[in-house]
Design a protein around this ligand. Structure first.
Ligand code: ATP
Ligand code: MN
Length: 282
């Protein structure tokens, strides 16, 4: 267990030293007694705040607060290599999910493989920050395209620099679980597999996108499968699109086969052929 007293000291240090300006602006809106606890509601759960809540990120988050896209940050949902995800409170009530891309990520070099070859992103700023901001914008745009075409993904709500705000996907009062950690009956897996296959088809045919990192970790369950983590998704015209589609369907059909869907591998093969020939016909 983390020492709460010590944690508060560190938070106070950050707010006073690292994020002073932000703190000052925030105090315009939050009175002195509540501002710390209002900005960060559940401080004990912020084990990683010191990496993410640096001056720059606090500024970015505060910008989204001023635009009314976030009221307060509630608690962390996930801490990853490339991004941290938080549950936030909306201005009018309810929740959002805020994904903060790390500007220090070690893997950002590989982002360029997915950005180059994507006609939607040309002449981008190729500095480290520029690439990460583009990456976040790419996820936002992919979510928008998918959501508008009726694919089950979180609805994008706002983007500013490396901070993406989207619909919060919850299930039974908690953040929705990844398929990997879901307990379900065989018939439910069968139903989910059909939906996953249809979603991959719809992504390809209607959105002209390939997820490109599909797995049991990037599909949440809120009563039905919800695809997430679409920053790397590429246009079907991308030189690696077919290979990425094959990989996606390979990974996800292997997972469903382990869940007892024996035909998953064959279904995947059929879909790959169908979609690949549909682009050749164009
Ligand atoms: P990393 O690979 O560095 O761990 P990531 O790029 O994979 O991060 P995501 O997959 O988008 O990030 O999100 C990480 C986790 O955060 C998800 O597995 C999920 O548990 C949670 N999450 C992401 N988006 C949402 C959302 N909209 N609603 C609820 N939970 C979410
Ligand atoms: Mn992920």
């Amino acid at each position: 267990m983390i020492d709460v007293g010590k944690l508060f000291l560190i938070i106070a240090f950050y707010l006073i030293v690292a994020g002073k300006d932000v703190y000052d602006i925030i105090s315009e809106r939050y009175d002195k007694r509540t501002k710390r606890s209002t900005l960060i509601v559940d401080a004990e759960r912020f084990k990683t705040y010191d990496e993410v809540f640096d001056r720059q990120n606090l500024d970015n988050i505060f910008h989204l607060m001023k635009r009314g896209k976030i009221r307060t940050v509630e608690c962390p949902i996930s801490t990853g290599k490339e991004a941290n995800v938080y549950k936030t409170n909306k201005v009018g009530g309810g929740f959002s999910a805020m994904k903060v891309f790390r500007t220090s990520t070690a893997t950002f070099g590989s982002f360029l493989e997915y950005i180059d070859g994507d006609r939607r992103f040309q002449n981008i700023d190729r500095s480290r920050r520029g690439i990460i901001y583009t990456w976040a914008r790419k996820e936002h745009l992919n979510l928008r395209t998918m959501f508008e075409k009726g694919v089950r993904v979180p609805e994008p709500e706002a983007i500013f620099r490396n901070v993406l705000v989207m619909e919060y996907i919850g299930y039974e009062g908690k953040p929705a679980p990844q398929l990997k950690f879901l307990d379900a009956e065989k018939e439910e897996w069968e139903e989910m597999w059909e939906i996953v296959v249809e979603t991959v088809r719809k992504l390809f045919v209607e959105c002209e996108l390939v997820h490109a990192d599909l797995s049991e970790y990037n599909i949440l369950y809120d009563g039905a499968p919800v695809f997430i983590d679409v920053g790397q998704s590429v246009h079907i015209g991308h030189p690696n699109a077919k290979e990425l589609l094959r990989r996606d369907l390979g990974v996800i059909s292997t997972f469903f086969r382990k869940k007892g869907i024996e035909g998953a591998g064959d279904d995947a093969e059929i879909l790959i052929k169908e979609l690949a020939s549909s682009v050749e016909d164009r």
